[in-house]
Each structure stands twice: as C-alpha cells, then as structure tokens.
Design a binder for this molecule. Structure first.
Ligand SMILES: NC(=O)c1ccc[n+]([C@@H]2O[C@H](COP(=O)([O-])OP(=O)(O)OC[C@H]3O[C@@H](n4cnc5c(N)ncnc54)[C@H](OP(=O)(O)O)[C@@H]3O)[C@@H](O)[C@H]2O)c1
Length: 269
C-alpha cells in the first residue's frame, strides 16, 4: 500500500491530531494532505505548522483525495453536507468521527455509500488513543486496511460489528479521559485540604495513577486482588473505600456512564 491522500474537514482538536499523527508516522506526504478549516484565524495558525495544504472551503480540489475525514462538530454536519455532496465521487471513503451521527444519516445527507464511522478519544494526540469504528455495507477490505493504517498512527483501534455499540463506546472511551481527570482533580484537592501543597499533591497523585496503571497491566492480578493488595483490615485504604461504598460511588459511576450512553443515543436521533 502506497502513501495515502487524505483531506480533513474541520481541523480543531481531533482533525489536527490526525494531521499531525499522519505526518509524524510518515503515512502521507505533506503535499498529499489537505486541511479544510472554516475558522480563518485557526486557518492562519495551521499555515504556520507546515503540515499540509490549507483551504477554507469544500470544493472540487477534494476530488484528488481518496479519504475524507469529517471532524467538524456534529451540529456543523448539516452545513458541510450540501457542499461535500457536490464533490464526492464513488471512490471516496468518508471517515466520520462526529459523535452521534449515524452511518445511515451520513449516507442519506451525502448521497454516498462508502462511510466509516469512528469514535476516537483525546489521548490520540500522543499516540495513546483508542478508536472503535464501524464500516458501512459498501466498504471493502482494502478500505478497512487503509482505515486501520490511519488509526494506528493515533494508538489502537477496534472494529465493531454493531453500530449501536458506538454509543456505549462513546460513554466508555470517548468520554472516558474526562472521568479520569475528574478523579485525579479531586484526589489532588484532597491532598491540598490535608496540607500538602498543590504541586506536591499533583505529583503524588499523577505518579500513583501512572504506577497503578502499569501494575494493573503488567501483573497477573485481577482488579479485586489489586485492591486487596493495598487494603488491610481496619486500615487506611479500607477507611476510604468504606466511604466510597456508603456514598455509592461504584453505583454512581455505572449510572453516570449509562447517562453518557443515553445522551449519545438521544443525540443520534
Ligand atoms: N474532542 C473529543 O474528545 C472527541 C472524541 C471523539 C469524537 N469527537 C468528535 O470529533 C469532532 C470534532 O471535535 P473537536 O473536539 O475536534 O471539535 P473542534 O475543536 O471544535 O474542531 C472542529 C473544527 O471544525 C471547524 N469547522 C466548523 N465548520 C466547518 C466547515 N464547514 N468547514 C471546515 N471546518 C469547519 C470549526 O471551526 P469553528 O470553531 O469556527 O466552528 C473547528 O475549528 C466532533 O464531531 C466530535 O463529536 C471528539
């Protein structure tokens, strides 16, 4: 497989992440990547990065590219669709990361069949993301291989058979980084309230999360065993975990993630 020709519509957080990753991993030549960005000021910033050609509008130039990434906010899709529909040709593979916009809706709005819909997350910015994706019925193996090659520059990827599962993926890994930061934030705050200065508290918490993450992935203990290895009867960890139990923190986490899933389903309507 040679180098790809990719156009990205919407170069904010995620679109820019893709452009940078594709260049960093030598997936595209700079001349073979087109960044379409409506925001003029942001477009000027993109020029300074020297990571591809920059355009402000969708036009016939798109015909030269084989993969078109849709990375605008979901609410902007209906403005993008009419212009995109005019320049799409049957060979184009449209790769959408817009949350909650179904393959069926994209196919109908664009009058185009070759659609892959994906849900990435922000650690993609440092090659540590995870993306789940679903391919429309007309997408062939050769396209899947290109998608996987593209996504592997941002971390790991998994193909899902059922599009409806993307709502759960959105709740788990799409929104997931925010839950982690939330927990870290309050642990740091607790350290401050116990008299440790903020920088020190942040170091203690972040390195604890980092170490615990690696221990979880590199050892052979399951999560209950790992918890038991820190907790002793009548000890400090147990005192904290008892409060989590009393305050139904575990149940709240499940309820919260189900609320995210429900919201993803609602947005898809
Ligand atoms: N961020 C995440 O964690 C995450 C995770 C998974 C999926 N997603 C999905 O990824 C998509 C992008 O999210 P993001 O966080 O990267 O959003 P973002 O930072 O707002 O980027 C979107 C960019 O697209 C531009 N834009 C809007 N309309 C356009 C048009 N017609 N043509 C060209 N550019 C246009 C926006 O300009 P203006 O600012 O002027 O509107 C903005 O610069 C969303 O659909 C989201 O659901 C995001």
């Amino acid at each position: 497989m040679g180098k790809l020709k990719i156009a990205i519509i919407g170069c904010g957080n995620m679109g820019l992440t893709y452009a940078k990753s594709f260049i960093a991993y030598d997936l595209v030549f700079k001349d073979d990547i087109l960044l379409i960005e409506k925001n003029a000021e942001h477009g000027k910033f993109l020029e300074t990065l020297n990571i591809g050609k920059i355009a402000s509008n969708i036009d016939s130039k798109l015909r030269e590219y084989e993969i078109i990434i849709l990375a605008v906010k979901p609410q902007d899709f209906e403005t993008v669709a009419p212009a995109l529909q005019k320049v799409l040709e049957p060979h184009h593979l449209v790769f959408s990361i817009m949350a909650g916009i179904s393959i069926d809706r994209i196919e109908k709005s664009l009058r185009h069949k070759m659609i892959v819909r994906a849900m990435p997350n922000t650690p993609a910015q440092i090659g540590m993301g995870i993306t789940a994706y679903v391919a429309g019925k007309s997408v062939k193996m050769e396209h899947i291989r290109k998608v996987e090659k593209m996504l592997s520059t941002t971390g790991r990827e998994i193909m899902m058979e059922e599009e409806s599962m993307l709502d759960a993926v959105t709740a788990l890994s799409g929104s997931g980084p925010a839950y982690f930061y939330y927990f870290v934030k309050y642990m740091i705050e607790a350290g401050k309230q116990m008299g440790i200065d903020e920088g020190m508290s942040a170091l203690l918490v972040k390195q604890t999360m980092n170490g615990a993450y690696h221990l979880m992935n590199n050892g052979n203990k399951n999560l209950d065993d790992l918890i038991a290895s820190v907790k002793s009867k009548g000890g400090t960890t147990e005192a904290a975990l008892n409060v989590f139990e009393e305050k139904l923190v575990g149940e709240s986490i499940i309820i919260a993630l189900k609320a995210a899933e429900a919201r993803a389903k609602e947005l898809a309507k």
